[in-house]
Design a protein around this ligand. Sequence first.
Ligand code: NAI
Length: 453
Amino acid sequence: MYDLIIIGGGPAGYNAAEKAVHGGLKTLLIEKRALGGVCLNEGCIPTKTLLYSAKIYDYAKHSEAYGVKFAGAEIDHEKVVARKGKVVKTLVSGIEGTMKRAGVEVVKENAEIKEKNAEGFVVKAGDKEYTGKQLLICAGSEAAVPPIPGLREAVASGFAKTNREILDMTTVPKELVVIGGGVIGLEMASYFNSIGSNVKVIEMLDHIAGPTDSEISAILQKNYKKKGVEFILSAKVTSVGTDCVNYELAGEAKTVKADCVLVSIGRRPSSAGLGLENIGVLTERGAIVTGEDGKTNVPGVWAAGDINGKSMLAHTAYREGEVCINNILGKKDRMNYNAIPAVIYTNPEVASVGETSETVKAKGLDAKVESYTLRYSGRYIAENEGGDGIVKIIIDKNHRTILGVHMIGTYASEIIYGAAMMVENEMRVEDVHKMVFPHPTVCEVIREGLFQI
Ligand code: NAI
């Protein structure tokens, strides 16, 4: 008998498990694949490993403008993929070690919820049954593969790949067609463009990078167009063949040849097969419905991470898992979704937090939106020949609180947490004026911008 059974060992689950044990709960963590979940095994970490190699290669190819000449720079994709495997292994075994040291019991099996009885919730994993007084479901998400004619067959044959398979591909496709110009599509388009593939991105919307600020998404598109990525926007994929993708653009049927297709058109919660119906957990389009405290409709059952379909980011998942554990331990806690930073690890990087110019308009907020060139930063100019990065700051006109910060440019991924603190703590423009920023840095542009807004 356990105090808590956690299903799913990704960022939500493993972090929650450690916190639960530290809080004195006898905890069982059940994971069917590898600890670390999508983030560590086929998402955040492997992609960043690949992208870092591509960045080094790009630096070598474009170093002359900085007075450095590399003769014959080459990238060995197979070696990059092998290194990715090593990085993943190191981190997964790190989590295994952390679980062991913390005293979390880990079972590597597929979990299925069977019933609720007088003692608690019964979960079957392999050929054993376990009972927990409470249940935390962190089963994550999987790539959506919609019923586009030929797409499922193409995935089965290996011609089309999701984020999972593309990371282990050791050959470099000559012609890569990416369906979906969102986060995964753009990061992978960036990598394969850097290492020499011809990349075409087919996107349903009239812009790339989904909910990203429109000015920033336009700058990103311009940068990648310059690097040779072709964007086919406002296009509807009609079918996938054995060596091509067919789509419709402005009412016309078109075809594009491909050696490989990446399907990156969103993810959906992995709720099928969990046995949620056996205990009556409420779902909406496959996502477990939770409150800000992580509670589901069934007392004693909690959910965190991608399975709730809310934010689908590893860092949100960590915090959601913590919120659940705090509440289970009787320490009231709630999730705030207003200040969750989002990053696209392209080159240049895109990072944002809070309201965008589009959301303030939609919400009718009395807001001021200003955009500043990163060329205000000496360090940015020193390190970015011809760089066109910007930071966009959104403030509430009446209270002068910082509602949102959006950036495209170097170090954006590392700078954004500072902006997230400003948004989360509802800091006013004048509060930030009193803060000393390090010099010379790119983040100084935020301080400078706040003096002008
Ligand atoms: P996404 O939701 O970011 O983008 C999907 C894109 O596909 C959208 O632009 C959508 O308009 C387009 N689309 C949908 N159906 C289409 C169709 N039939 N034809 C053409 N385009 C179509 O989803 P993505 O890129 O698959 O990423 C999945 C999740 O993983 C996201 O929730 C993302 O937040 C997360 N993720 C986060 C990363 C990060 O934080 N850096 C990196 C990678 C993934």
